[in-house]
Design a protein around this ligand. Structure first.
Ligand code: SAM
Ligand code: SF4
Length: 350
């Protein structure tokens, strides 16, 4: 589909490589009670509360996007359970299921999950991704500056109310690669789906380097010392845009998100919005598109507010780059260093 064909259609945002956008990630806050080494800067400068979009504005934006083909919304952060009103937001998003929204998900560090699991289930949340980087309490504290126990209790609470969960583990060399086998055993025992994530250059203090990355290959080799490892291919038949490459250990599914060594960008159907209304067509885009004014205008429900937002979005989405490696190459060619990328994971939400 070329740009002119897309102009005629209000149905689905598509980029120049023909990748339609069906997944939207909304970061509702950049604040977090954890300080994960691979994410949070040592001295975070939080977004000002008055700069954040309200939940009503975020809802209007989600409504607008669902009417243009978004089928999956993931609520993230910072820590989404730290923003008051997030459960009500989940409940409000249910209205959009009549317009094509299929799933509402959340990514959380699970610290507060014990107290919120029941309410999230009641609000209609479909599933949760939970970050868990170590089963060793002192290592967990070293990685996050917080205790492991509330996270394990949060996982149990989610299971007790019947919320489907997946566990995300970011691996870093010299930090927690010794957790590959303990976490794999635990996931088999608990019958929970685990996904290992390669460390990406989106940490707040820009300390990332390739030496810190534990590659998919290294993860598989470690798993093979104890399990029979088989491979399914990239994604499943249902969700070929799944960033996790699917493997099995003794028949139990295990995913690996290998952005650095096997980028999944070719089928990327995701777009993202930060809590203060900056829109990103890619996790690695050096710059976002400031949409706060246009999103606030949506609440006025004038015809021009929708047209203005639509025009800004489709041009920006159309120009989405090919992927992580293409962006890195361009920055290198232009002699721009990694500090030219202003966004980090705690703002964009993963
Ligand atoms: N606070 C929530 C949590 O930790 O689940 C949601 C936000 S967090 C930014 C979303 C996901 O990004 C988490 O699974 C986290 O492990 C992952 N993440 C953060 N920094 C990362 C990095 N530099 N490389 C890879 N994944 C990262
Ligand atoms: Fe907080 Fe999540 Fe970042 Fe950890 S990964 S510091 S829990 S936002």
């Amino acid at each position: 589909m070329n740009m002119m064909t897309q102009l005629k259609s209000n149905a689905l945002f598509v980029d120049q490589f023909g990748r339609g956008k069906r997944k939207l990630r909304i970061s509702v806050t950049d604040r977090c009670n954890f300080k994960c080494v691979y994410c949070m800067p040592e001295h975070p400068e939080w977004m000002k509360k008055h700069d954040l979009l309200s939940f009503e504005e975020l809802y209007q934006f989600c409504d607008f996007m669902v009417r243009r083909g978004i089928e999956f919304i993931r609520i993230t952060g910072g820590e989404p359970l730290m923003r008051q009103g997030v459960v009500h937001f989940v409940a409000q998003l249910q209205n959009l299921k009549q317009f094509g929204l299929k799933r509402i998900s959340m990514t959380t560090n699970a610290h507060y999950l014990k107290q919120y699991a029941e309410a999230l289930k009641q609000a209609g949340l479909d599933d949760l991704n939970i970050s868990l980087d170590s089963l060793d309490a002192s290592q967990f504290k070293h990685l996050t500056q917080k205790d492991l126990a509330p996270v394990l209790e949060g996982i149990q609470a989610a299971q007790a109310v019947g919320l489907p969960i997946k566990i995300n583990t970011v691996l870093m060399h010299g930090m927690n690669e010794n957790q590959i086998l303990p976490l794999a055993r635990w996931s088999v025992q608990q019958q929970i789906v685990l996904r290992f994530i390669e460390f990406m250059p989106l940490d707040g203090d820009r300390k990332w380097s390739t030496e810190h990355v534990v590659s998919e290959q290294q993860i598989l080799e470690t798993l093979a010392t104890e399990f029979t490892v088989t491979k399914q291919g990239h994604g499943s038949a249902q969700t070929t845009s799944d960033p996790a490459r699917q493997h099995f250990i003794d028949g139990h599914p295990i995913g690996i998100i290998s952005t650095i060594t096997n980028s999944f960008c070719g089928t990327c159907d995701r777009v993202r919005l930060t809590a203060q209304g900056e829109f990103y067509n890619c996790l690695f885009a050096p710059q976002g598109l400031k949409l706060k004014t246009q999103i606030k205008a949506l609440t006025l429900k004038t015809a021009s507010s929708e047209v203005n937002l639509h025009d800004a979005l489709f041009t920006y989405i159309w120009h989405k780059e090919q992927g992580y490696h293409a962006i890195e190459q361009r920055l290198k060619n232009q002699s721009l260093d990694k500090s030219s990328r202003k966004i980090s994971m705690h703002m964009i939400g993963g």
